[in-house]
Ligand binder design. Structure first.
Ligand SMILES: Nc1ncnc2c1ncn2[C@@H]1O[C@H](COP(=O)(O)OP(=O)(O)OP(=O)(O)O)[C@@H](O)[C@H]1O
Ligand SMILES: [Mg+2]
Length: 268
């Protein structure tokens, strides 16, 4: 197992995610959160039922989010960094967290997703991005402390833009009068960033390669998603048709569950 993990850290594309619910007045906003314990048991069930083959990630996410959310006065935001090859569930897990922590689920306006190539595409606009990002985070956190920010493809985010985030992630930091110590962050893809050097990331979470049986589970889940009747023979067939490595043993899925959703309709 440790080999697998170190392989992950050394060999492929580290991805980091952050989620940051922030509470500047040091109290859970009870009116906005129905009941944190029912949210957390929902999160536990959802992780168990819809995140396949990632027992480490499931465990770390559940434990850390639970203790963070029930701590009325954490001294620093919760910051995750998710590592692993493509299609193993890094983006997927942020959605699972999001939909279980907010009343309106993934649609909640308190969840802010940034995708580097989409939101910060042009290097020439770096100054504007920096100013806007800072203002956006500050404004939203002031307004709703338990906001959540997700940064995908952080490996493609400019270091200066990443630096903008630092003050929001640091211990007990106070940015223009608002204390940013109760949020969670999750991000994907910033391997050599200064956030690591400054120890602002709390948890590096390895995502394991998925095996055939997990891809099969993904296919079964997609059948439900596509309103198809679940068919385990078909799930076997779809899963077996995906590429695996090593070539001979065919143990790990090359792209995890990545194109399952796109492939499945072809079998109907
Ligand atoms: N471990 C998993 N359990 C359940 N479904 C999964 C898992 N991994 C991937 N999937 C499915 O495959 C889709 C693609 O996975 P996801 O986008 O989370 O991959 P990723 O790890 O973020 O990859 P990338 O590094 O390319 O961003 C998800 O939307 C989900 O439907
Ligand atoms: Mg992803």
């Amino acid at each position: 197992l440790s080999n697998v993990i170190s392989y992950f850290f050394m060999d492929n594309f580290p991805q980091h995610w952050w989620l940051m619910p922030i509470n500047y007045n040091c109290k859970l906003q009870k009116d906005l959160w129905i009941n944190i314990f029912s949210h957390l048991s929902g999160l536990r069930a959802d992780l168990k039922g819809s995140l396949f083959g990632q027992h480490i990630a499931s465990d770390v996410v559940l434990k850390t989010v639970s203790s963070f959310m029930t701590d009325s006065n954490p001294n620093k935001p919760l910051v995750f960094s998710f590592h692993g090859t493509t299609g193993t569930g890094k983006s997927h897990v942020t959605k699972i967290i999001a939909r279980n922590l907010y009343k309106k689920g993934e649609q909640s306006k308190h969840i802010h997703l940034f995708i580097s190539d989409l939101h910060f595409p042009d290097k020439r606009n770096l100054d504007t991005y920096t100013a806007q990002l800072k203002q956006w985070i500050h404004g939203n956190v002031s307004n709703f402390p338990r906001s959540m920010f997700i940064f995908d493809e952080m490996d493609r985010m400019h270091p200066r833009l990443i630096d903008t985030l630092k003050p929001f992630l640091d211990n007990n930091d106070n940015v223009d009068g608002v204390s940013f110590n109760k949020h969670v962050c999750s991000a994907g893809g910033f391997s050599h960033s200064s956030l690591i050097n400054k120890h602002l990331i709390d948890h590096y979470v390895p995502f394991l390669p998925l095996e055939l049986k997990h891809v099969r589970q993904c296919v079964m889940a997609e059948m439900v998603h596509l309103n198809m009747t679940q068919d385990s023979d078909l799930a076997d067939e779809v899963a077996r048709d995906m590429p695996y490595y090593p070539e001979e043993e065919r143990i790990y899925a090359f792209k995890g569950c990545k194109s399952v959703r796109q492939k499945l309709p072809l079998y109907k």
